[in-house]
Ligand binder design. Structure first.
Ligand code: ATP
Length: 360
């Protein structure tokens, strides 16, 4: 799939800008603070409903602007065209539109898949478990239609149980039981989907890691459900009520799940250099893109933010060569055209003070 046209209003320093994108490589070049990352952020927002940068949602809205909007046309490989829109007026909730109709945001983000490697991506390896769960669940969301409603049921039951833990000292079965049953049912489904997704991911991850970081040797992935292996989740929750009450929150369930990688020559995460963490994160993201491509029959859009300052030339070349072969639409940013792409057929946009101009 590819983004054909991207129109942005009121996003960070971008008051009003648009770009007609190429089906292959698109490079956004400009000085620091020009608005390059904001262009990738817009594509990511359409496909995730959130930014990849930390901070409150409010900082996305240009200071003083009445609202923020992102429109794009997405061309699928079978020729179908979808018109996507995402906007917010002031501090209100997101409004999502698909082909001119108001839709729930989940429907919008299912339509468009964007995988983004950016300076914060190493958090996938070195950061909190929440980052790894988000990565995993984004992949599962795109392959399992029932993931989103199931995840919402789980979150609702979790909120209810946490609220009981803080307000009800009785530990009464009648109060806790229904929520724990729901957590057990929806949590077990999510856990099974996550495991199935990882089975598809691991061979792709091994290929990407062998291409990008062969010196680390074979990679193994270990997944932990978030409760003791082989136990029934609702029974675990029932037996842990007292302990959870002391802690004020639910300590077992898919919201505590995590995964980790271990390489033949770097068994622990602490054995990786900062640059290797980034390469491992990139291998995970490219593997996710390959799983998505195999499932949909078309490649997701790949965004590479500040590529030249994140990777050395040999690794930039390895990544870009594999994406050229893919073939995927790729959006890259940099203060100049990355050396690995000089001389290639690419569309270049100059970004300056939130304005985008194609360079001929
Ligand atoms: N809410 C906001 N309103 C107005 N301007 C903002 C807002 N949030 C961020 N900015 C500005 O928007 C720009 C964001 O730039 P962005 O991160 O997209 O730049 P970049 O070209 O990728 O920069 P770099 O090369 O330094 O990474 C910065 O100049 C920043 O000061």
């Amino acid at each position: 799939m590819r983004l054909e046209r991207l129109q942005l209003q009121g996003l960070r320093c971008i008051a009003d800008a648009s770009a007609d994108l190429d089906a292959g490589f698109n490079i956004f070049v400009g000085a620091n603070g020009a608005g390059k990352t904001s262009v990738l952020e817009a594509a990511f927002l359409l496909s995730h409903g959130r930014s990849f940068r930390s901070g409150a949602r409010d900082v996305l809205l240009q200071r003083g602007a009445p609202g923020l909007s992102i429109f794009s046309t997405v061309r699928h490989d079978n020729g179908d065209l979808a018109r996507l829109g995402l906007g917010r007026a002031g501090a209100s909730r997101w409004d999502a539109r698909l082909n001119g109709e108001d839709v729930p945001i989940g429907q919008l983000i299912r339509e468009c898949a964007v995988v983004c490697f950016e300076p914060g991506s190493h958090a996938l390896i070195a950061g909190a478990a929440e980052e790894r769960r988000r990565y995993l669940d984004w992949g599962v969301f795109h392959v399992e239609q029932e993931f989103l409603p199931t995840w919402r049921r789980y979150q609702r039951a979790l909120k209810q149980r946490n609220s009981l833990l803080r307000t009800d000292a009785s530990l009464d079965d009648g109060l806790y039981g229904p929520w724990e049953q729901e957590l057990g049912r929806s949590g077990s489904l999510i856990d099974a989907w996550r495991r199935r997704y990882l089975e598809a991911l691991v061979p792709n991850l091994r290929n990407e890691a062998a291409r990008l970081i062969p010196e680390l040797g074979q990679v193994d992935l270990r997944y932990r459900s978030g409760w003791p292996e082989g136990e029934d989740l609702s029974a675990t929750l029932a037996s842990q009520r007292g302990r959870d009450q002391g802690r004020g929150h639910t300590t077992a369930g898919v919201h505590r799940g995590d995964w980790s990688l271990s390489f033949e020559h770097a068994p622990q995460r602490e054995h990786l250099s900062r640059g290797q963490e980034k390469l491992v994160a990139l291998a995970c993201l490219l593997a996710q893109a390959r799983v998505d491509a195999a499932h949909r029959g078309e490649w997701p859009i790949i965004c590479l933010d500040d590529l030249a300052s994140e990777l050395d030339l040999a690794h930039q070349t390895a990544v870009l060569d594999s994406l050229l072969e893919a073939p995927a639409q790729v959006l890259v940013t940099g203060t100049e055209i990355p050396r690995a792409l000089q001389g290639s057929s690419v569309k270049v946009f100059h970004v300056e003070q939130g304005q985008l101009s194609p360079l001929l």
